[in-house]
Design a protein around this ligand. Structure first.
Ligand SMILES: Nc1ncnc2c1ncn2[C@@H]1O[C@H](COP(=O)(O)OP(=O)(O)O)[C@@H](O)[C@H]1O
Ligand SMILES: [Mg+2]
Length: 256
């Protein structure tokens, strides 16, 4: 699938896409400060994923319940706010089913926008209520990051900052694609792109660096989506049709 474009400068050449196959590059981390274009890049990437692999079953968790993803409100695998817990755990059950039965014909991706904001919120709540929901989530995510690739189950996490907490149960290397958008602090560069030399150049919205397993560090640029309404409509349409298809071809209901 297309993961954005190489920096194409101001020339008249056609932009050159960065292509990485979804089979080998199923886990991704997208980081950048507020307004750097993370959610917008996500919208672009979801469309590209469905173009490359239209049958992918996508679970979408949007802790902030942002306007960007509200077009998915009738999609049963879209979760907001505290319901993100159900989203991750439902995905984790699917993952475990695939692991136990060895049936790995179905590709799935779990997408979580503002993941650390959720785990932080949940951890505070757990403290008050003596529950342990936040560790359920982090353990589930860590397990999928470690074992998901061979089972066609991926995770894309979107975060404002990458810190050691995020990598506590797994490692940075579990993310096969790392994207840092906008201006990153020295500390953030070190955390995301350890050991890579990154020049100190100005970055526009939707611009940054991409490091894919086995590749050199690349500059990446996410394009302006010319007809965002149409883009969203296509995403919604494919996701809903997939759901119907899955319902017809399997015994289980989406959230069973
Ligand atoms: N690649 C891009 N091209 C043009 N505009 C963009 C791009 N990415 C983001 N924007 C604009 O910037 C705004 C903020 O982007 P957003 O993705 O919401 O940031 P973040 O999720 O990192 O806080 C969006 O509403 C959009 O209008
Ligand atoms: Mg956002």
């Amino acid at each position: 699938m297309i993961w954005g474009y190489h920096d194409y400068g101001t020339g008249a050449q056609a932009p050159v896409p960065i292509k990485l196959n979804i089979q080998d590059y199923c886990h991704a981390l997208i980081t950048g400060s507020t307004g750097s274009g993370k959610s917008y890049a996500l919208m672009f990437l979801i469309g590209c994923l469905l173009k490359a692999s239209p049958e992918t079953e996508i679970f979408i968790c949007d802790f902030k319940n942002s306007e960007d993803f509200r077009f998915l409100k009738d999609y049963p695998l879209y979760f907001t706010g505290e319901h993100c817990y159900e989203g991750v755990m439902a995905y984790y059950r699917r993952f475990n089913d695939a692991r136990e039965t060895g049936q790995t014909h179905k590709r799935r991706i779990l997408i979580f926008d503002e993941y650390p904001a959720y785990t932080f919120f949940q951890a505070m709540k757990d403290k008050d209520n003596k529950t342990k929901y936040s560790s359920d989530i982090t353990n589930a995510i860590a397990t999928i990051l470690m074992l998901g690739r061979g089972l066609k189950h991926g995770v894309w996490l979107v975060t404002q900052r990458a810190d050691a907490n995020l990598f506590a149960n797994g490692t940075r290397d579990d993310f096969l694609v790392l994207i840092g958008l906008g201006r990153l602090s020295k500390e953030q560069k070190g955390m995301i792109f350890t050991g890579e030399e990154i020049p100190n150049e100005p970055m526009q919205r939707g611009e940054g660096y991409l490091l894919a397993d086995g590749h050199e560090l690349m500059k990446v640029k996410f394009p302006l989506i010319s007809d965002i309404k149409d883009w969203k409509w296509h995403i919604y349409d494919i996701l809903m049709r997939n759901l119907e298809h899955n319902r017809d071809s399997s015994q289980s209901t989406p959230l069973a």
